[in-house]
Design a protein around this ligand. Structure first.
Ligand code: ADP
Length: 553
C-alpha cells in the first residue's frame, strides 16, 4: 500500500524533496540577511565613529609628540642657568603648528622670569607687552603659584590651556628631582596651521583606509568652532545622510568634527544590499525550481509514456486475440462440417470477414502510427467526394454492427457539397476510427448519427453517439497518442489509444481540424472539418435527410 503510494507519487515526492529544503533555505537566508542588514548598518555607523576617533587620535598624536619633543627640557637647565641652550634646542628641532615657544623660569626671580623664543635671532627674549604675552603668563602662572607657596606637585605632564580660544597653549611644567617645579615650557598653537595643514592631511590620509573606493567620495567631513562656524569642510555640504559628531580629544577640544555620508546612509546601504541579496536568492531559487520542474516534467512524461506503451502492448494483444479467437472458432466449426445450413455457413463466413476487417483496421492503425512517428506517412491527395468515402465506411460497418443492434443514422447536407482535396483512404480510416469509437463507447445506447454538412469554408463530417461521454479535462488529451480515459465506464473497453491520435494527424495533414463536443454520460460528437478546395466545382452530392443507411440487427 505505502510502496504503491511511493511508486505512484515518486516524482511529486522528489519535487517536494527539493522544494521543501529550498523553501527552508530561502527562509533561513531571509532571516540571516535581515540580521546582516541590521549588523551592517551598525557596522557602517561604527566605521563612521571610528573614523572620527582616529582623526582625533592622529591630531592628538601630532601635537603631543611635537610638544613632548620641544617642551620636555631637563630641570638642570633651569637650575644651572643654562637656558640659552634651550634656544639652540628649539632652533634645531622646530615644532610645526606653533606660533610661539616660551618658558617661565621660577628658579631665579620670586615671581618668575618669562622668556619667548625668537626664531630669527635664535635667542630667548623677554616677552613684549602684548595680549599674547599676558595670555602666556596667565596660562603658566598656576605653577608659579605652586612654586611660590613651596608646594610639591609631582611629575611633569602636558597640560592644555584653551580658556582663551585666541591663545591656545600646550604647557609642560618641569620638576626637579625633589618634585619641585622649576619652570614651565609652553607652546602657543597656530590655528591656521591646524586648519590648513593638520586637518586636511590627517583626514585625507585616513579616509581611503576607512572608506575605500567610491565610498570615500560620498563622505563629507566638517569641522566647526565653538560658535558652530565651519572651519574646515571636505566636499560640498548637502545636508542629507547619516551624521556622526565627535570632539577633538587633546587640543581644539571646543571644536567639533562631523562626518556625513552624503549619499548612502548606512541604513540605505544595508537596505539596498538586503534587497539585492534577497532578489538574487529568489531569482536563483526560481531558476533552480524552473530547472527542477522542467526535469521532473520531462521525467514524468517519460514515465507516463512508458506506462502508456506497456498498456498499449497489453491492450493491442487483447484486441488482436479476441477477433482471432472468434475467427478460429468459426473456422473450426466450418472445417469440421458441423454447420450444414447454407444460411449459417454464410453467416459464419460474414463473421470471419468482419472480424478480419477489424483486425486489418487495427493493424492499419498500428502501421500508420509507426509511419507517422517515423515521419514516413505519405498522403495521396485527389479531389474527391466526401459523401462517397463516408458511405463506403458505413457500409463496411454494416456487417460488423448487424449482430450488435446498432442503428447508424446518416444525414447528408441539404445542399450540394463542394469537392475536397483529400486522401480518400486516409479520410476513410479517420471516419472508421471515429465510428469504431462511437460503437465502443456507446454503452447501453445503440444510436449513432453520422452527418455531412458545410460550415463556412469547410466540409464537416460528424459522428455522434449517446454513450459514456468524455469529461471536460480529458477532452484535450484524448488526441494524444496512447492516451486513454482510465476512469468510469470506459475502463472495460479495450483499445490501443492510437485511434484519435491518427485521426488528428490525418486531419492536420489535410489542413483541417478535428473537434469534440461531449458531456459525461450523455454522449459525444466528433467532427472532422476539411477545408474546401477553392474554386472547386460542386460534385452535386447531397444527403436525402434522414437515414439512407440504417443498420439493425
Ligand atoms: P482507443 O483505442 O482507446 O479507443 P482512441 O485514441 O481512439 O483510443 O481514443 C482515446 C480515448 O478517448 C479512448 O480511450 C476513450 O477514453 C476516449 N474516447 C474516444 N472516443 C470516444 C467516444 N466516442 N466516447 C467516449 N469516449 C471516447
Amino acid at each position: 500500500m505505502i510502496r504503491d503510494f511511493f511508486r505512484r507519487h515518486t516524482l511529486l515526492l522528489c519535487f517536494e524533496a527539493v522544494l521543501v529544503p529550498l523553501v527552508i533555505l530561502l527562509g533561513m537566508q531571509f532571516v540571516w540577511l535581515g540580521h546582516l542588514k541590521k549588523a551592517s548598518a551598525l557596522a557602517h555607523k561604527a566605521a563612521l565613529h571610528n573614523f572620527l576617533e582616529s582623526v582625533g587620535t592622529e591630531v592628538q598624536y601630532f601635537y603631543r609628540s611635537g610638544a613632548e619633543r620641544a617642551l620636555n627640557l631637563p630641570a638642570s637647565l633651569f637650575k644651572e642657568g643654562k637656558l640659552d641652550q634651550v634656544a639652540y634646542h628649539w632652533k634645531k628641532k622646530p615644532v610645526e603648528g606653533t606660533r610661539r615657544l616660551f618658558l617661565a623660569d621660577f628658579t631665579r626671580e620670586q615671581f618668575g622670569n618669562w622668556l619667548v623664543f625668537n626664531e630669527q635671532r635664535n635667542s630667548l627674549e623677554s616677552p613684549p607687552a602684548s595680549d599674547e604675552s599676558l595670555a602666556m603668563i596667565l596660562a603658566s602662572s598656576p605653577w608659579q603659584l605652586v612654586r611660590f607657596h613651596g608646594l610639591r606637585e609631582g611629575t611633569s605632564s602636558l597640560q592644555v590651556d584653551e580658556r582663551n580660544p585666541e591663545y591656545r597653549f600646550v604647557l609642560n611644567p618641569i620638576f626637579d628631582e625633589s618634585t619641585k617645579v622649576v619652570g614651565v615650557t609652553g607652546m602657543l598653537l597656530d590655528e591656521a596651521y591646524f586648519r590648513d595643514h593638520v586637518l586636511p592631511s590627517t583626514i585625507g590620509r585616513l579616509m581611503p583606509g576607512f572608506f575605500p573606493d567610491s565610498a570615500a567620495g560620498d563622505m563629507q567631513v566638517t569641522v566647526r568652532d565653538r560658535r558652530g562656524d565651519v572651519i574646515y569642510s571636505s566636499g560640498e555640504e548637502d545636508g542629507k545622510g547619516e551624521t556622526v559628531t565627535a570632539r577633538f580629544p587633546f587640543v581644539f577640544a571646543d571644536w567639533t568634527i562631523d562626518l556625513v555620508s552624503a549619499r548612502n546612509m548606512p541604513e540605505q546601504l544595508a537596505s539596498a544590499s538586503f534587497a539585492f541579496n534577497v532578489t538574487l536568492s529568489i531569482l536563483l531559487a526560481l531558476a533552480l525550481l524552473g530547472g527542477v520542474a522542467f526535469a521532473f516534467r520531462a521525467a514524468d512524461r517519460a514515465i507516463k509514456l512508458s506506462t502508456m506503451k506497456s498498456d498499449f502492448v497489453s491492450n493491442v494483444s487483447h484486441e488482436l486475440r479476441t477477433p482471432l479467437a472468434s475467427i478460429r472458432v468459426f473456422a473450426e466449426l466450418l472445417r469440421l462440417g458441423r454447420v450444414r445450413s447454407p444460411e449459417k455457413i454464410q453467416e459464419y463466413g460474414e463473421y470471419i470477414e468482419a472480424e478480419s476487417r477489424r483486425l486489418s483496421g487495427l493493424i492499419n492503425n498500428i502501421l500508420d502510427f509507426s509511419r507517422i512517428e517515423s515521419g514516413r506517412k505519405t498522403y495521396d491527395f485527389t479531389v474527391s467526394d466526401v459523401g462517397e468515402v463516408v458511405a463506403a465506411v458505413l457500409k463496411s460497418f454494416e456487417i460488423r454492427l448487424a449482430p450488435e443492434g446498432f442503428q447508424i443514422h446518416f444525414q447528408g447536407s441539404g445542399t450540394p457539397l463542394p469537392s475536397v482535396e483529400m486522401d480518400p483512404d486516409a479520410i476513410s480510416q479517420a471516419v472508421h476510427n471515429l465510428l469504431d469509437n462511437a460503437v465502443k463507447y456507446s454503452g447501453e445506447s445503440k444510436e449513432i448519427a453520422v452527418r455531412l454538412s458545410r460550415e463556412d469554408d469547410s466540409v464537416v463530417i460528424s459522428v455522434e453517439d449517446h454513450g459514456v461521454g468524455i469529461a471536460g479535462e480529458e477532452q484535450k488529451r484524448i488526441f494524444e497518442r496512447f492516451h486513454r480515459v482510465s476512469t468510469g465506464l470506459v475502463h472495460d473497453v479495450k483499445g490501443s489509444g492510437l485511434g484519435l491520435s491518427i485521426v488528428h494527424h490525418i486531419v492536420q495533414a489535410h489542413r483541417g481540424k478535428v473537434t469534440v463536443r461531449s458531456e459525461l454520460g450523455k454522449g459525444s460528437t466528433f467532427s472532422i472539418h476539411l477545408p474546401v478546395k477553392r474554386s472547386a466545382p460542386s460534385l452535386g452530392l447531397h444527403g436525402t435527410g434522414e437515414s439512407p443507411l440504417r443498420h439493425r440487427a
